[in-house]
Design a protein around this ligand. Sequence first.
Ligand code: ZN
Length: 97
Amino acid sequence: MKKCIKCGIEKPYSEYYKEKTCADGYKTSCKTCMKESVRQWRLNNTERHNFTTKRWRKNHPEKVDYYHQTYRDWETDRKSTRLNSSHLKLSRMPSSA
Ligand SMILES: [Zn+2]
């Protein structure tokens, strides 16, 4: 049994993830607490990411337009490439003769 430093509940080692760097070979917090902290981290980071993106877009509207334009160009290019792929394949055939 090992006491989790987060929830303070004593749990069997099967309730802990393995961690080589820890003295007893297991994480200091139980699986439940680990999952919760990962969830929280994701939540916090998603918010931060969205905030940063929104702020950046607000400050750089011309760049957002540029990226949209680039993406559209890329999409158009990709589609036309696929349409012409048979032609491209023929023209790229190595001339062994
Ligand atoms: Zn715990």
